[in-house]
Design a protein around this ligand. Structure first.
Ligand code: RNT
Ligand code: ZN
Length: 426
């Protein structure tokens, strides 16, 4: 039942009808499809193994984030993770990037301290990315480590701990620049740290001064911006840092503007009624570029798989309406261990692409005209009618064009892979 799928003819006929409907609104769907194929998502490697990495087998995830669930088939090695990713990329129309974390280094069984990581420890990833035309983005891993046990890293009161993480972040920027150079597309290296207090602190200032000092040291190391772009990611709270997070939104907004680095906005890192979509137009007035971590918080920063929710659509609408696709790096950030992990990745990524398509199919000028004329009746009516337009026929055509499964077909491929590969992982 699930794998019954439309024929190419059915898809093309439905597309032809949809093209006419959109043309009546002044929207050219062929052009839209061309634009959509230019949008690259940065796929987070950590959905494939519940943010485990390959540093120490069975290492505990720390830093106030948690993957819940025990669905079988999690990747145990880089080879398995790349194989899983290959399937995800095959199920996504277009060309996409990979977002790596430092704990995914391949060190041949050797223990390499994080502050000593080198580009050579990522040779396997670079080779694979070259062969498959993926750009790579990067993240220092400032958690799941004995020197992060206290809950503090770059903002620690202990100068030795701070120094270790400063060195790790500098090493990460160099690795990022290496990716950028090798792959011909700049790497965004994003710093997120878990630092914060479970209970109400007395001194909210000193940790922030220390964090600023650490970041200044990290950024003082010369790295070619042609190859590496720096980003900093804020957070509201984490598990065990409920009362105070050093790297808050205000902290990093100020830091990013003052130091001309990218700000990373994670959609799970704000109060539940706050909207990252609404922040973009403000933030982009002051910063040339931002990084998005598209996620889905359910009650808290729970990192659920991204759905085609209003919030996802609003983020993509903002990017498209403001015409800032070249200033917003779109990354994903969720980790669900309770369902098939390849499916989780694919569902979330395809939803972001579908949200982008819906946004690209909007007759924005008409909406703007109505708004500027004070005609809010037309604005509301048009926005609501657009929700019923046949965008899904355009999406199916996009998948057909890119030779990826249409509709429910991708479940069939995932199930096959599950039987052939994932089920063998014990
Ligand atoms: C944590 C941040 C961060 C991580 C990844 C694994 O709350 O969102 O981006 O999810 O670095
Ligand atoms: Zn994030």
């Amino acid at each position: 039942m699930l794998d019954s799928s439309p024929s190419s003819k059915q898809i093309q006929d439905a597309y032809a009808a949809a093209r006419e409907r959109y043309a009546m609104l002044g929207v050219d769907t062929d052009q839209t499809l061309a634009r959509l194929s230019q949008i690259s998502l940065s796929l987070h490697c950590w959905q494939g193994d519940d943010v485990g990495g390959f540093e120490s087998p069975g290492g505990e995830l720390g830093g106030g984030i948690a993957a819940t669930g025990n669905y079988p088939g999690k990747a145990r090695t880089a080879v398995e993770l790349r194989s899983d990713l290959d399937l995800v990329y095959r199920l996504l129309p277009g060309r996409h990037r990979l977002n790596l974390h430092a704990i995914y280094a391949e060190t041949n069984g050797q223990k390499v301290e994080r502050n000593e990581l080198q580009p050579e420890h990522f040779a396997g990833w670079v080779e694979w990315a070259k062969a498959n035309h993926h750009g790579i983005d990067f993240n220092p891993t400032c958690f799941s480590h004995p020197l992060a046990e206290s809950g503090f890293t770059l903002a620690s009161y202990d100068p030795g701990i701070r120094q270790f993480w400063v060195e790790h972040c500098i090493a990460s920027r160099n690795i990022g620049a290496h990716f950028g150079r090798e792959l011909g597309t700049p790497c965004v290296t994003n710093i997120w740290i878990p630092d914060g207090f479970k209970d109400t602190p007395v001194d909210r200032t000193t940790p922030r001064l220390l964090l600023r000092e650490s970041l200044d040291q990290i950024l003082a190391a010369p790295v070619d911006h042609q190859y590496n772009l720096d980003a900093v990611e804020s957070k509201l709270f984490g598990l065990g840092s409920e009362s105070y997070v050093v790297g808050s939104h205000e902290f990093y907004l100020g830091y990013a503007i003052t130091n001309n680095v990218l700000l990373c906005l994670d959609s799970g890192h704000f109060h539940p009624t706050e909207s990252v979509a609404d922040k973009l137009s403000s933030v982009l007035l002051y910063l040339p570029e931002v990084l998005l971590h598209i996620s889905r918080g359910v009650r808290w920063d729970s990192d659920h798989v991204v759905t085609l929710s209003d919030e996802t659509q609003m983020m993509l609408q903002e990017i498209v309406r403001q015409n800032v696709l070249d200033r917003v790096h779109i990354g994903l950030d969720f980790f669900d261990a309770s369902i098939n992990r390849v499916a989780a990745w694919t569902i979330g990524a395809r939803n972001v692409q579908r949200a982008a398509l819906i946004a690209l199919l909007e007759p924005t000028q008409r909406l703007r005209d109505a708004e500027q004329a004070g005609d809010y009746t037309t604005r509301l009516l048009l926005l609501e009618e657009l929700k019923g337009m046949p965008w899904s026929a355009v999406w199916d055509q996009f998948c057909l064009q890119h030779d990826v499964p249409v509709g429910l077909q991708y479940l069939t491929e995932i199930r096959q892979y599950e039987t052939q590969a994932l089920a063998q992982r014990g």
